[in-house]
Design a protein around this ligand. Structure first.
Ligand code: ZN
Length: 430
Protein backbone atom coordinates (compact mmCIF):
# COMPACT_ATOMS: atom_id res chain seq x y z
CA UNK A 1 0.00 0.00 0.00
CA UNK A 2 1.46 3.41 -0.89
CA UNK A 3 2.44 5.45 2.14
CA UNK A 4 0.21 8.43 3.03
CA UNK A 5 1.87 11.62 1.76
CA UNK A 6 1.23 13.06 5.18
CA UNK A 7 3.07 10.39 7.19
CA UNK A 8 6.54 11.01 8.60
CA UNK A 9 8.78 9.86 11.43
CA UNK A 10 11.26 12.39 12.78
CA UNK A 11 14.15 10.71 14.66
CA UNK A 12 16.49 11.97 17.42
CA UNK A 13 15.11 15.47 17.88
CA UNK A 14 15.68 17.90 20.73
CA UNK A 15 12.48 19.69 21.72
CA UNK A 16 12.15 23.31 22.93
CA UNK A 17 11.42 22.07 26.48
CA UNK A 18 14.83 20.32 26.52
CA UNK A 19 13.74 16.72 25.92
CA UNK A 20 16.45 14.99 23.88
CA UNK A 21 16.45 11.91 21.66
CA UNK A 22 12.76 12.33 20.91
CA UNK A 23 11.00 10.81 17.91
CA UNK A 24 7.83 12.33 16.49
CA UNK A 25 5.46 10.19 14.46
CA UNK A 26 3.08 11.99 12.10
CA UNK A 27 0.18 10.06 10.57
CA UNK A 28 -2.35 11.62 8.21
CA UNK A 29 -0.78 15.02 8.86
CA UNK A 30 -1.18 14.92 12.66
CA UNK A 31 1.15 14.01 15.49
CA UNK A 32 0.26 10.43 16.43
CA UNK A 33 3.04 9.77 18.96
CA UNK A 34 5.95 11.55 20.56
CA UNK A 35 8.70 9.86 22.59
CA UNK A 36 11.99 7.96 22.49
CA UNK A 37 12.57 5.14 19.98
CA UNK A 38 9.09 5.04 18.46
CA UNK A 39 8.08 2.20 16.18
CA UNK A 40 6.76 3.45 12.85
CA UNK A 41 4.88 1.43 10.24
CA UNK A 42 7.19 0.03 7.55
CA UNK A 43 7.79 2.46 4.71
CA UNK A 44 7.12 5.62 6.73
CA UNK A 45 9.40 8.38 5.38
CA UNK A 46 12.09 9.26 7.93
CA UNK A 47 13.75 12.55 8.80
CA UNK A 48 16.85 12.32 10.99
CA UNK A 49 16.99 15.40 13.23
CA UNK A 50 20.46 14.33 14.46
CA UNK A 51 19.94 16.01 17.80
CA UNK A 52 18.99 19.42 16.41
CA UNK A 53 16.08 21.46 17.72
CA UNK A 54 12.63 20.55 16.43
CA UNK A 55 10.27 23.44 17.16
CA UNK A 56 6.69 24.23 16.26
CA UNK A 57 6.65 26.52 13.22
CA UNK A 58 7.10 30.27 13.55
CA UNK A 59 3.97 32.39 13.65
CA UNK A 60 3.97 36.05 12.64
CA UNK A 61 1.12 37.72 14.53
CA UNK A 62 1.36 41.07 12.75
CA UNK A 63 2.17 41.69 9.11
CA UNK A 64 1.13 43.80 6.08
CA UNK A 65 1.15 41.50 3.09
CA UNK A 66 -0.54 43.96 0.76
CA UNK A 67 2.46 46.30 1.01
CA UNK A 68 5.28 43.77 1.20
CA UNK A 69 8.10 43.83 -1.36
CA UNK A 70 6.91 47.17 -2.75
CA UNK A 71 9.92 49.14 -1.46
CA UNK A 72 10.83 52.05 -3.75
CA UNK A 73 7.34 52.21 -5.33
CA UNK A 74 6.74 54.96 -6.18
CA UNK A 75 9.65 56.33 -4.11
CA UNK A 76 11.60 55.70 -0.91
CA UNK A 77 10.58 56.94 2.57
CA UNK A 78 13.03 59.80 3.19
CA UNK A 79 12.12 60.82 6.75
CA UNK A 80 11.80 57.23 7.98
CA UNK A 81 8.61 58.09 9.87
CA UNK A 82 5.33 56.20 10.18
CA UNK A 83 3.45 59.19 8.75
CA UNK A 84 5.58 59.45 5.60
CA UNK A 85 5.12 55.69 5.19
CA UNK A 86 1.33 56.09 5.34
CA UNK A 87 1.51 59.00 2.84
CA UNK A 88 3.72 56.93 0.52
CA UNK A 89 1.35 53.99 0.67
CA UNK A 90 -1.44 56.45 -0.24
CA UNK A 91 0.56 57.44 -3.34
CA UNK A 92 1.10 53.83 -4.33
CA UNK A 93 -2.50 52.68 -3.78
CA UNK A 94 -4.02 54.08 -7.01
CA UNK A 95 -1.25 52.39 -9.00
CA UNK A 96 -1.71 48.94 -7.50
CA UNK A 97 -2.86 46.07 -9.67
CA UNK A 98 -4.27 42.83 -8.42
CA UNK A 99 -1.73 40.75 -10.34
CA UNK A 100 1.21 42.63 -8.83
CA UNK A 101 -0.26 42.35 -5.33
CA UNK A 102 -0.78 38.61 -5.70
CA UNK A 103 2.65 38.06 -7.17
CA UNK A 104 4.45 39.94 -4.39
CA UNK A 105 2.39 38.26 -1.67
CA UNK A 106 3.03 34.78 -3.07
CA UNK A 107 6.74 35.53 -3.32
CA UNK A 108 6.77 36.58 0.32
CA UNK A 109 4.91 33.39 1.30
CA UNK A 110 7.68 31.38 -0.39
CA UNK A 111 10.27 33.25 1.67
CA UNK A 112 8.19 32.63 4.79
CA UNK A 113 7.90 28.89 4.25
CA UNK A 114 11.63 28.60 3.58
CA UNK A 115 12.15 30.27 6.98
CA UNK A 116 9.77 27.93 8.81
CA UNK A 117 7.11 30.63 9.11
CA UNK A 118 3.86 28.75 8.51
CA UNK A 119 1.21 31.11 9.92
CA UNK A 120 0.83 34.84 9.33
CA UNK A 121 -1.80 37.32 10.48
CA UNK A 122 -1.79 40.05 7.85
CA UNK A 123 -3.63 43.33 7.96
CA UNK A 124 -5.16 44.34 4.63
CA UNK A 125 -6.02 47.95 3.88
CA UNK A 126 -9.75 48.42 3.22
CA UNK A 127 -9.51 52.17 2.45
CA UNK A 128 -9.81 51.68 -1.29
CA UNK A 129 -13.30 51.52 -2.75
CA UNK A 130 -12.15 48.87 -5.24
CA UNK A 131 -11.02 46.57 -2.37
CA UNK A 132 -8.25 45.47 -4.69
CA UNK A 133 -5.89 44.37 -1.94
CA UNK A 134 -8.67 42.54 -0.08
CA UNK A 135 -9.57 40.50 -3.15
CA UNK A 136 -5.91 39.83 -3.92
CA UNK A 137 -5.10 38.59 -0.42
CA UNK A 138 -8.27 36.47 -0.20
CA UNK A 139 -7.05 34.79 -3.37
CA UNK A 140 -3.58 34.35 -1.88
CA UNK A 141 -5.05 32.94 1.37
CA UNK A 142 -6.81 30.25 -0.68
CA UNK A 143 -3.76 29.50 -2.77
CA UNK A 144 -1.31 29.09 0.12
CA UNK A 145 -3.70 27.20 2.40
CA UNK A 146 -2.01 23.81 1.85
CA UNK A 147 1.26 25.13 3.27
CA UNK A 148 0.62 28.37 5.17
CA UNK A 149 -2.18 29.67 7.41
CA UNK A 150 -2.92 33.23 6.35
CA UNK A 151 -5.33 35.12 8.59
CA UNK A 152 -6.55 38.50 7.33
CA UNK A 153 -7.48 41.61 9.31
CA UNK A 154 -9.72 44.30 7.79
CA UNK A 155 -7.57 47.37 8.42
CA UNK A 156 -8.86 50.92 7.83
CA UNK A 157 -5.41 52.44 7.21
CA UNK A 158 -6.74 55.98 6.62
CA UNK A 159 -8.90 55.95 9.76
CA UNK A 160 -12.36 54.45 10.29
CA UNK A 161 -14.02 57.84 10.87
CA UNK A 162 -11.48 59.97 9.02
CA UNK A 163 -11.99 58.18 5.71
CA UNK A 164 -15.60 58.58 4.52
CA UNK A 165 -16.05 55.08 3.07
CA UNK A 166 -13.87 53.13 5.53
CA UNK A 167 -16.67 51.62 7.62
CA UNK A 168 -18.69 50.54 4.60
CA UNK A 169 -15.59 49.06 2.97
CA UNK A 170 -14.55 47.32 6.18
CA UNK A 171 -17.94 45.61 6.40
CA UNK A 172 -17.72 44.66 2.70
CA UNK A 173 -14.31 43.10 3.38
CA UNK A 174 -15.74 41.08 6.29
CA UNK A 175 -18.63 39.97 4.06
CA UNK A 176 -16.07 38.73 1.53
CA UNK A 177 -14.47 36.55 4.21
CA UNK A 178 -11.78 38.63 5.91
CA UNK A 179 -11.28 37.03 9.34
CA UNK A 180 -10.56 39.77 11.89
CA UNK A 181 -11.70 43.35 12.64
CA UNK A 182 -8.89 45.92 12.61
CA UNK A 183 -8.61 49.60 13.50
CA UNK A 184 -6.23 52.52 13.96
CA UNK A 185 -7.65 54.79 16.71
CA UNK A 186 -4.52 56.95 17.10
CA UNK A 187 -4.80 58.00 13.44
CA UNK A 188 -8.34 59.38 13.80
CA UNK A 189 -8.59 63.17 14.00
CA UNK A 190 -9.22 63.46 17.75
CA UNK A 191 -8.89 61.30 20.85
CA UNK A 192 -12.70 61.28 21.00
CA UNK A 193 -12.94 59.97 17.43
CA UNK A 194 -10.30 57.38 18.23
CA UNK A 195 -12.32 56.12 21.21
CA UNK A 196 -15.49 56.12 19.12
CA UNK A 197 -13.78 54.03 16.42
CA UNK A 198 -12.78 51.47 19.06
CA UNK A 199 -16.40 51.25 20.27
CA UNK A 200 -17.82 50.83 16.75
CA UNK A 201 -15.28 48.19 15.76
CA UNK A 202 -15.59 46.14 18.96
CA UNK A 203 -19.38 46.13 18.61
CA UNK A 204 -19.04 45.04 14.99
CA UNK A 205 -16.76 42.17 16.03
CA UNK A 206 -19.13 41.13 18.83
CA UNK A 207 -22.09 41.11 16.41
CA UNK A 208 -20.24 38.95 13.93
CA UNK A 209 -18.42 36.71 16.40
CA UNK A 210 -15.01 37.81 15.15
CA UNK A 211 -11.66 38.58 16.72
CA UNK A 212 -10.27 42.12 16.96
CA UNK A 213 -6.71 43.28 16.30
CA UNK A 214 -6.12 47.01 16.37
CA UNK A 215 -3.11 49.11 15.59
CA UNK A 216 -3.32 50.89 18.91
CA UNK A 217 -1.39 53.89 20.21
CA UNK A 218 1.42 53.53 17.68
CA UNK A 219 3.00 56.83 18.69
CA UNK A 220 5.35 58.29 21.27
CA UNK A 221 2.54 60.32 22.81
CA UNK A 222 2.22 59.22 26.45
CA UNK A 223 -1.38 60.46 26.43
CA UNK A 224 -2.43 58.16 23.59
CA UNK A 225 -4.50 55.80 25.74
CA UNK A 226 -6.78 53.98 23.33
CA UNK A 227 -5.67 50.65 24.75
CA UNK A 228 -7.63 51.56 27.90
CA UNK A 229 -10.76 52.04 25.75
CA UNK A 230 -10.01 48.77 23.95
CA UNK A 231 -9.81 46.92 27.29
CA UNK A 232 -13.06 48.60 28.43
CA UNK A 233 -15.10 47.56 25.38
CA UNK A 234 -13.56 44.08 25.41
CA UNK A 235 -14.89 43.65 28.96
CA UNK A 236 -18.23 45.29 28.25
CA UNK A 237 -18.93 43.08 25.23
CA UNK A 238 -17.52 39.88 26.70
CA UNK A 239 -14.80 39.60 24.06
CA UNK A 240 -12.24 38.26 26.55
CA UNK A 241 -9.29 36.49 24.92
CA UNK A 242 -10.35 37.53 21.41
CA UNK A 243 -8.93 41.05 21.29
CA UNK A 244 -5.38 42.16 20.53
CA UNK A 245 -3.67 45.51 20.84
CA UNK A 246 -0.90 45.81 18.25
CA UNK A 247 2.14 48.06 18.72
CA UNK A 248 1.04 49.85 21.95
CA UNK A 249 4.18 51.96 21.65
CA UNK A 250 2.81 54.91 23.62
CA UNK A 251 3.05 52.64 26.69
CA UNK A 252 6.82 53.10 26.41
CA UNK A 253 6.41 56.80 27.17
CA UNK A 254 3.53 56.62 29.67
CA UNK A 255 3.68 57.66 33.27
CA UNK A 256 4.57 54.67 35.48
CA UNK A 257 1.63 55.22 37.83
CA UNK A 258 -0.83 55.13 34.96
CA UNK A 259 0.76 51.94 33.57
CA UNK A 260 0.44 50.31 37.00
CA UNK A 261 -3.32 50.82 36.68
CA UNK A 262 -3.52 49.95 32.99
CA UNK A 263 -1.77 46.57 33.06
CA UNK A 264 -4.29 44.91 35.42
CA UNK A 265 -7.15 46.30 33.28
CA UNK A 266 -5.61 44.72 30.20
CA UNK A 267 -5.07 41.44 32.05
CA UNK A 268 -8.69 41.42 33.27
CA UNK A 269 -9.92 41.82 29.69
CA UNK A 270 -7.50 39.05 28.61
CA UNK A 271 -6.13 41.33 25.91
CA UNK A 272 -3.26 40.02 23.83
CA UNK A 273 -0.41 42.39 22.99
CA UNK A 274 1.83 42.46 19.94
CA UNK A 275 5.15 44.26 19.80
CA UNK A 276 6.83 44.80 16.43
CA UNK A 277 10.44 45.28 17.50
CA UNK A 278 12.15 45.79 14.12
CA UNK A 279 9.67 48.39 13.01
CA UNK A 280 9.08 50.25 16.25
CA UNK A 281 12.77 50.63 17.02
CA UNK A 282 13.14 52.31 13.62
CA UNK A 283 9.88 54.30 13.33
CA UNK A 284 9.41 55.59 16.85
CA UNK A 285 11.38 58.27 18.62
CA UNK A 286 11.89 60.16 15.35
CA UNK A 287 10.90 63.45 16.95
CA UNK A 288 13.37 62.98 19.81
CA UNK A 289 16.86 64.41 19.86
CA UNK A 290 18.74 62.72 22.74
CA UNK A 291 17.98 60.74 24.77
CA UNK A 292 16.02 58.92 22.06
CA UNK A 293 13.16 56.67 23.10
CA UNK A 294 13.18 53.05 21.96
CA UNK A 295 9.48 53.15 21.15
CA UNK A 296 8.67 49.53 21.91
CA UNK A 297 5.89 48.60 24.30
CA UNK A 298 6.71 47.31 27.81
CA UNK A 299 7.14 43.63 26.97
CA UNK A 300 8.58 42.24 30.26
CA UNK A 301 6.01 44.16 32.30
CA UNK A 302 3.13 42.94 30.11
CA UNK A 303 4.34 39.35 30.49
CA UNK A 304 4.74 39.75 34.24
CA UNK A 305 1.12 40.97 34.42
CA UNK A 306 0.01 37.70 32.80
CA UNK A 307 -0.72 39.22 29.38
CA UNK A 308 0.07 37.11 26.33
CA UNK A 309 2.64 38.88 24.14
CA UNK A 310 3.58 38.01 20.58
CA UNK A 311 6.17 39.61 18.33
CA UNK A 312 5.33 40.56 14.74
CA UNK A 313 7.51 41.28 11.73
CA UNK A 314 5.03 44.00 10.63
CA UNK A 315 6.88 45.03 7.47
CA UNK A 316 9.32 43.60 4.94
CA UNK A 317 10.61 45.84 2.15
CA UNK A 318 7.67 48.25 2.06
CA UNK A 319 7.02 52.00 2.54
CA UNK A 320 7.78 51.74 6.26
CA UNK A 321 10.79 49.41 6.32
CA UNK A 322 13.18 48.59 3.50
CA UNK A 323 14.82 45.57 5.18
CA UNK A 324 13.66 42.18 6.47
CA UNK A 325 13.47 38.68 5.07
CA UNK A 326 10.66 36.86 6.86
CA UNK A 327 13.04 35.65 9.56
CA UNK A 328 11.15 35.50 12.87
CA UNK A 329 14.41 34.73 14.69
CA UNK A 330 15.64 38.17 13.64
CA UNK A 331 12.42 39.61 15.07
CA UNK A 332 12.93 37.68 18.32
CA UNK A 333 16.55 38.84 18.55
CA UNK A 334 15.60 42.48 18.09
CA UNK A 335 12.78 42.19 20.64
CA UNK A 336 15.18 40.61 23.12
CA UNK A 337 17.69 43.43 22.73
CA UNK A 338 15.26 46.34 22.76
CA UNK A 339 13.44 44.98 25.83
CA UNK A 340 16.73 43.97 27.49
CA UNK A 341 15.29 40.47 28.06
CA UNK A 342 18.73 38.97 28.53
CA UNK A 343 18.01 36.53 31.36
CA UNK A 344 17.67 32.86 30.37
CA UNK A 345 13.91 33.07 31.01
CA UNK A 346 13.67 36.34 29.09
CA UNK A 347 15.44 34.95 26.02
CA UNK A 348 13.28 31.84 26.15
CA UNK A 349 10.17 34.05 26.33
CA UNK A 350 11.31 35.82 23.13
CA UNK A 351 11.31 32.46 21.33
CA UNK A 352 7.76 31.82 22.59
CA UNK A 353 6.76 35.27 21.33
CA UNK A 354 7.40 34.15 17.73
CA UNK A 355 5.93 30.67 18.16
CA UNK A 356 3.38 29.58 20.79
CA UNK A 357 2.30 33.02 22.06
CA UNK A 358 1.56 34.25 18.56
CA UNK A 359 -0.29 31.00 17.78
CA UNK A 360 -2.57 31.80 20.74
CA UNK A 361 -3.23 35.28 19.36
CA UNK A 362 -4.30 33.81 16.02
CA UNK A 363 -6.32 31.11 17.79
CA UNK A 364 -4.40 28.29 16.09
CA UNK A 365 -5.54 25.33 18.18
CA UNK A 366 -3.53 22.92 16.00
CA UNK A 367 -0.17 24.55 16.72
CA UNK A 368 2.34 22.87 19.04
CA UNK A 369 4.36 19.76 19.69
CA UNK A 370 1.83 17.39 21.24
CA UNK A 371 -0.16 14.33 20.22
CA UNK A 372 -3.19 15.32 18.15
CA UNK A 373 -1.71 18.61 16.96
CA UNK A 374 -0.82 19.30 13.31
CA UNK A 375 2.36 17.70 12.00
CA UNK A 376 3.98 21.09 11.39
CA UNK A 377 7.57 21.76 12.48
CA UNK A 378 10.77 23.53 11.78
CA UNK A 379 14.09 21.76 12.31
CA UNK A 380 16.68 24.31 13.39
CA UNK A 381 20.45 23.99 13.33
CA UNK A 382 20.63 24.83 17.02
CA UNK A 383 20.49 22.86 20.24
CA UNK A 384 17.97 25.00 22.11
CA UNK A 385 15.72 28.04 21.53
CA UNK A 386 18.24 30.54 22.89
CA UNK A 387 20.95 29.23 20.56
CA UNK A 388 18.43 29.42 17.72
CA UNK A 389 17.97 33.14 18.40
CA UNK A 390 21.70 33.75 18.86
CA UNK A 391 22.61 32.11 15.55
CA UNK A 392 19.44 32.95 13.55
CA UNK A 393 19.71 29.21 13.06
CA UNK A 394 19.49 27.60 9.64
CA UNK A 395 16.12 26.00 8.92
CA UNK A 396 17.36 22.51 8.04
CA UNK A 397 13.85 21.30 7.27
CA UNK A 398 10.34 22.71 7.33
CA UNK A 399 7.46 20.26 7.65
CA UNK A 400 3.80 20.96 6.91
CA UNK A 401 1.22 18.26 7.76
CA UNK A 402 3.92 15.61 7.70
CA UNK A 403 5.46 16.70 4.37
CA UNK A 404 8.90 18.24 4.10
CA UNK A 405 8.16 21.46 2.20
CA UNK A 406 11.54 23.24 2.47
CA UNK A 407 15.12 22.30 3.20
CA UNK A 408 18.29 24.35 3.66
CA UNK A 409 21.79 22.85 3.82
CA UNK A 410 23.55 23.24 7.19
CA UNK A 411 25.75 26.30 7.57
CA UNK A 412 29.41 25.24 7.30
CA UNK A 413 32.67 26.84 6.24
CA UNK A 414 35.94 25.29 5.03
CA UNK A 415 38.87 26.81 6.87
CA UNK A 416 42.40 26.55 5.47
CA UNK A 417 44.57 28.65 7.77
CA UNK A 418 48.34 29.13 7.73
CA UNK A 419 50.00 27.40 10.67
CA UNK A 420 47.18 24.94 11.17
CA UNK A 421 47.77 21.23 10.44
CA UNK A 422 45.00 20.73 7.83
CA UNK A 423 41.98 22.31 6.30
CA UNK A 424 38.85 21.60 8.32
CA UNK A 425 35.15 21.83 7.70
CA UNK A 426 33.78 23.89 10.51
CA UNK A 427 30.10 23.79 11.36
CA UNK A 428 29.27 27.44 11.73
CA UNK A 429 26.24 26.98 13.88
CA UNK A 430 27.76 25.40 17.00
ZN1 ZN B 1 1.12 47.20 11.35
Amino acid sequence: MPQDRHDLIVRHATLPDGRRGTDVLVQGGRIAALGPALVAPAGTPELDAAGWLLAPPFVDAHFHMDATLSVGLPRLNRSGTLLEGIALWGELKPQLTQDALVERALQYCDWAVARGLLAIRSHVDVCDDRLLAVEALLHVREKVMPYLDLQLVAFPQDGLLRSPTALVNLKRALDLGVDVVGGIPHFERTMVDGAESVRILCELAAERGLRVDMHCDESDDPLSRHVETLAFHTQRLGLHGRVTGSHLTSMHSMDNYYVSKLLPLMAEAQLHAIANPLINITLQGRHDTYPKRRGMTRVPELLAAGINVGFGHDCVMDPWYSLGSGDMLEVAAMGLHVAQMTSQEGMRACFDAVTVNSARILGLDDHGLAVGKAGDFVLLQARDPIEAIRLRATRLAVVRRGRVVAQTPPATARLDLPGRPAAVDWTLQR
